[in-house]
Design a protein around this ligand. Structure first.
Ligand SMILES: C[S@@+](CC[C@H](N)C(=O)[O-])C[C@H]1O[C@@H](n2cnc3c(N)ncnc32)[C@H](O)[C@@H]1O
Length: 225
């Protein structure tokens, strides 16, 4: 096998693992994701504005679980966190790592996808999802599902790598959907978000995008201001 072909296969396998971490390699990828994405995930959770609130929040596509960890630290004492994943490996890792939070009813894990969420209408206050939508084929439908489960004052925080920056990473050629940010914002508005604020994390044109999306202008932190 040629060196180029081998390199291509390795990149394709890495892309697959990033899209759905599986088995031993998936566990390694989960840990690398936690390390590499920590600052972006922290910025996304901060933008969810759930600190010390008795909020019900979800992390969709939590991967290695750094978002769950930060959300659990962030929400108030009677708040709760839901982790949604389609990877059985990541679910098992989180079940082990967060066993205490699960046992006291602060964390619930769900095997599900963004396209079909296991929540009742208007049952969540906030949703965070970072580095997930590259793997969502029908984003418009998935975003409508997100709107369905958020309450009227709900907020979605979508963390997305800059498509220009992402396209320089060779593994993204293998199945990643690198949509222009303007296209994502248009889909968010069509899905029902009244406002979308594109906050950038990092410097330069390749800085990470934290899209802060409110269903209405009535987000709790905006009231009375
Ligand atoms: C690149 S990882 C990102 C993990 C973490 N959010 C982070 O930023 O480090 C993408 C994760 O999203 C999950 N995922 C992919 N498509 C999904 C979907 N349609 N619904 C829910 N999770 C999904 C994958 O299983 C994977 O764990």
């Amino acid at each position: 096998m040629g060196v180029m072909l081998l390199a291509d296969r390795v990149l394709a396998a890495l892309a697959c693992q990033l899209g759905q971490p599986t088995g031993f390699a998936g566990r390694v990828v989960g840990r690398l994701l936690n390390r590499g994405n920590r600052s972006a995930v922290i910025a996304a959770v901060e933008s969810a504005d759930v600190a010390d609130r008795d909020a019900i929040v979800a992390d969709i596509g939590f991967g290695g679980g750094v978002g769950l960890e930060v959300l659990l630290r962030s929400v108030g004492p009677t708040g709760s966190v839901h982790g949604v994943e389609m990877s059985a490996t990541m679910l098992a890792e989180a079940a082990h790592r967060f066993a205490h939070d699960i046992s006291i009813g602060r964390l619930y894990l769900h095997e599900a996808r963004m396209e079909r969420l296991p929540f009742a209408d208007a049952s969540l206050d906030a949703i965070v999802s970072t580095n997930t939508i590259y793997f969502v084929e029908y984003l418009a439908a998935a975003l409508r599902e997100v709107v369905r489960v958020l309450g009227p004052t709900g907020r979605l925080v979508l963390g997305v790598g800059d498509p220009g920056q992402m396209s320089t990473m060779p593994f993204t050629r293998h199945g990643f959907r690198l949509r222009p940010i303007e296209e994502i914002i248009a889909l968010l508005r069509e899905a029902g978000f009244a406002s979308v604020d594109d906050r950038r994390i990092g410097n330069g044109p390749g800085a990470f995008h934290v899209l802060v999306c409110n269903i209405s202008g009535e987000h709790p932190s905006c009231r009375g201001t």
